[in-house]
Design a protein around this ligand. Sequence first.
Ligand code: TYM
Length: 356
Amino acid sequence: MPAPVSAPVSAPTPDAASGTAFTPRIFSGIQPSGGLTLGNYLGAIRRFVTMQDQGGFAQTLYCMVDMHAITVWQDPDALRRNTRELAAGYLAAGLDPARSILFNQSRVPEHAQLAWVFNCVARMGWMGRMTQWKDKAGKNAEAASLGLFAYPALMAADILLYHATHVPVGEDQKQHLELTRDVAAKFNHDYGVDFFPVTEPVIEGTATRVMSLRDGTKKMSKSDPSDASRINLTDDADTIARKIRKARTDPEPLPSDYAGLRDRPEARNLVNIYAALSDQGTDQVMRTHGGSQFGAFKPALAELAVETLAPISAEMARLMQDPAEIDRTLAAGALRARDIAAPILERTYDIVGMLR
Ligand code: TYM
């Protein structure tokens, strides 16, 4: 449940029924900076679909954050293609433009406008502590873009522009969401208002951190140089089966309970993926597969992965044949997003003291 917040100065639609001052509303986003991985699917997209389907939220907004993507170099044609492919992934996985608002970030200029205000609220020290900044900028921070440094303020703007109360993400985004809460709290405090909600991260399930198939201590990532480290949503059945067969493991059979996987990150990762794909708890997976050798467990996992992903990748390929239709869907989504965003930005400017 959202953290209790007192009545905002101007919430769009205060929601007494839910016991919170803010309308329950979901926002989340994915960068179109490469292909989608199984990590994106299990950690994010599949949960976007569940939250859309379960109802109870006034709106579910799912964004392709193209402005975040360009914080590191993107080839323009690749960015266009990746944005459409991400939209195709959303649609193929079950997001429905009639029920969710699907759009790319740059089509809603209010994101950049609110991000500027937040650049002036957030502190340099907060940004410098972000582990993603440290990882991505590495030792050569001098050469990193200013946008990469300010990235979390834009992310706070994405969320708070809609007064989103819930944000489904994978574990790696936790720190950014804490910063979003800090931005909201500091803005409210500095201006003496209760305008922005303190957003609730939704990090749940067995797949909040899907790990690399080559190294169980590293996150599965679209930017890993080794393609064998990840399953891409566009991989065909043979490729998926081969990658799982070759996934790094250890020589021991699976233990009889999940606790026995504590010091076996690669084995634990495969069990977590199995549990997520089959919608079972990890204990249930251990009851069925405890004692199995990987020679038996890996083909079962591969079969499950192919069964889940093949229809999605086939639908993505079909949708990608009509890019104009994808563009129309995103343009229509952006109009709906702006209807919510524009009054919140106006009110923000007013609170800050900008003449309107
Ligand atoms: P991005 O594009 O890196 O990842 C998109 C979503 O996928 C999740 N994810 C994973 N989950 C589990 N295991 C993995 N290996 C894995 N890899 C990625 C991420 O946690 C994320 O939920 N900063 C964000 C994009 C963003 C955003 C936002 C998210 C911009 N504005 C506002 C939420 C709300 C990012 O880079 O995600």
